[in-house]
Design a protein around this ligand. Structure first.
Ligand SMILES: Cc1ncc(COP(=O)(O)O)c(C=O)c1O
Length: 214
């Protein structure tokens, strides 16, 4: 495959020192299995599965063929008031892999969107049951929850938040990196200091895992 690139200026890269990259581009032009190759022919071991996006390895023929066939057969179905059988089949398969009380799936396009959706669900759920005051979110220091506004507000990565403090969701509490039990004890103390009504603690760790302390 050939590319027609005359300048690197137009593209702002995420989480990258743009000027350094553009002075010394580390451009990958081929990937296969666990390896990638840069434009000079240098081989790179992909130790993180392309940041967890290609866990089955690069350039798998069976995946490429499945995508190709799907694109020819039914490339995109708008999902407001319409559906297609594939997403229902996938939802059922995901539920079979999960513990019994996880029995519905809401699909998103990324981890960032998943976290923002989870925040919306939590806040809306508390409002619907008449607990609109339960709007404080709990997170860990150094936690990463993606790049959308909700996830950035909740993430404990100060550099990702420090330009956004006025706009960020204002009620998060950050815990340092200790064990779950010491988190819970510390959290109870913090929450009691904030508002005595909050004697029940629900926290969300990672995507979809709920820890409840009585
Ligand atoms: C816990 C967690 N939340 C959110 C994200 C963001 O996911 P994405 O890059 O797909 O938006 C990640 C990505 O590593 C993650 O590990």
């Amino acid at each position: 495959m050939s590319y027609d690139v005359n300048s690197l200026e137009a593209h702002w890269m995420p989480f990258t020192a743009n000027r350094d990259f553009k002075d010394n581009p580390r451009m990958v032009v081929k990937s296969e299995g666990m390896y990638m190759w840069d434009y000079k022919g240098g081989q790179i071991i992909d130790g993180s599965s392309a940041l967890f996006c290609t866990p089955a390895g690069h350039a798998r023929r069976e995946i490429a063929e499945a995508v190709y066939n799907q694109m020819l057969n039914n490339d995109y179905t708008p999902h407001f008031q319409l559906g297609h059988p594939g997403s229902f089949e996938l939802a059922e398969r995901v539920c079979r892999l999960l513990p019994d009380d996880f029995n519905h799936v809401f699909f998103t396009n990324s981890g960032s969107e998943s976290i923002d959706t989870a925040i919306k669900v939590i806040l809306a759920y508390q409002r619907a049951r008449g607990h609109a005051q339960r709007n404080r979110l709990v997170s860990r220091e150094r936690a990463y929850h993606g790049v959308n506004m909700g996830g950035v507000s909740l993430a404990g990565m100060v550099k990702n938040r420090d330009q956004l403090m006025d706009a960020a969701y204002g009620e998060s509490i950050f815990l340092d990196d200790r064990t779950i039990d010491s988190h819970i004890k510390r959290l109870r103390r913090k929450i009691r200091a904030l508002d005595k009504e909050f004697d029940n603690i629900e926290t969300l760790y990672g995507i979809g895992y709920k820890y409840r302390a009585s």
